[in-house]
Design a protein around this ligand. Structure first.
Ligand code: NDP
Length: 329
């Protein structure tokens, strides 16, 4: 039948063992919502990898169609803001966690969760940015709101060869910041320099236990890694600086001391993309369309067909994905 489409479905058995497979479903199987979207592109974020591999409890309702973000065209709407033919983006709001997500030919969601595809970006480019890139922009905006301007000194980006990291490097360098990229993949030095990093430091410099205060090396940074790495980034931030923390690739813990906060007045800025208010999302996407260099975005991005999405989810958790992956439907 014409309205049937492929989807990835995560199920769980009585022993709570998770399985993932491709299934064919119809729109009648989708969850409630006032807008139905033809998903034209999606992506593989670290969180999608955690959901599909079951390595962290991202999925909170079974069965679940995973996929935390998509771009596509509205095919039906009873929401006042959207009509058939509108190009839209969705990031977060529990999609792929508690509400059926992006890894399906169609998605039915609340119109309140959608933002318009910004002028100048294709659906493919929007998913090359994806939740990782939109989160990188939320980090940049938070640092700016905190007064961290380029003349304050360099900024460090951790997990730099990953999705959030690659886009953060490109965005910060375009804004005139000097960027220090911390990576476990030092072979990616020329890639990171092509995105605008001026210096590369090996991940190991930051991944062990942190001193309460280290040598002041940067005015702040974007941290996608958490754990000891974030503790070291904080301890090496210069007086009055700020660090935007958005990730947990090394760990969910934060084995740090209060010394950077109480002796150097450093601020830790928490970044959440999932429930971020709409005004912030619109501003982030507007700025991405205006500021992210399209050639750099193309360098950051690989493309895979929908049939490879489960494999790619395993790869991203194993740290084998450089930059961003667009999934074409
Ligand atoms: P990626 O896998 O693309 O990037 C993560 C990067 O972290 C890797 O590429 C690697 O960078 C580095 N890394 C991986 N494992 C380790 C480790 N054990 N120790 C130190 N560094 C490590 O993921 P994304 O960019 O999609 O996401 C990055 C993080 O941000 C994730 O934790 C994700 O959950 C989080 N996130 C949070 C959001 C929010 O709303 N707060 C939204 C989006 C993402 P390299 O190879 O350069 O060392």
């Amino acid at each position: 039948m014409a309205d049937r489409f492929n989807a990835v479905l995560i199920t769980r058995d009585e022993e709570k063992k998770q399985s993932v497979s491709f299934v064919e479903i119809g729109e009648d199987a989708l969850m409630e919502g006032d807008v139905t979207v033809a998903v034209e592109a999606t992506t593989v974020n670290y969180k999608d990898g955690l959901a599909i591999t079951g390595k962290a409890p991202v999925v909170r309702r079974f069965p679940m169609i995973p996929g935390i973000d998509f771009a596509g065209t509205v095919i039906r709407s009873s929401h006042p803001e959207w009509k058939e033919g509108d190009k839209v983006i969705l990031n977060g709001w529990g999609v792929g966690e508690t509400h059926y997500g992006a890894y399906a030919g169609r998605a039915r969601v609340s119109g309140d969760w959608l933002v318009p595809l910004p002028e100048g970006l294709s659906v493919h480019q929007a998913m090359a940015v994806g939740t990782a890139g939109y989160t990188a922009m939320l980090c940049v905006m938070a640092l700016e709101r905190h007064g961290i301007a380029p003349d304050r000194g360099p900024l460090v980006v951790t997990g730099a060869a990953g999705g959030v990291g690659s886009i953060a490097v490109a965005l910060l360098s375009a804004r005139g910041y000097e960027v220090i990229a911390a990576t476990g993949r030092t072979a990616e030095e020329s890639y990171l320099k092509s995105l605008g990093a001026s210096e590369i430091i090996p991940r190991e410099v930051l991944s062990g236990p942190a001193k309460p205060l280290g040598k002041e090396r940067w005015a702040g940074g974007v941290d996608a890694v958490g754990s000891h790495t974030l503790a070291n980034v904080l301890s090496m931030t210069s007086y009055g600086g700020a660090v935007a923390a958005c990730g947990l690739a090394q760990g969910l813990d934060l084995p740090a001391s209060v010394a950077p906060f109480i002796l150097r007045g450093i601020s830790l800025l928490g970044i959440d993309s999932v429930m971020a208010p709409k005004a912030l999302r619109l501003e982030a996407w507007r700025r991405i369309a205006a500021e992210l260099d399209h050639d750099k975005l193309a360098t950051i991005t690989g493309t895979i067909p929908f049939g490879k999405v489960i494999e790619a989810a395993e790869d991203i958790v194993a740290g084998r994905v450089r930059g961003r992956l667009v999934v074409e439907m």
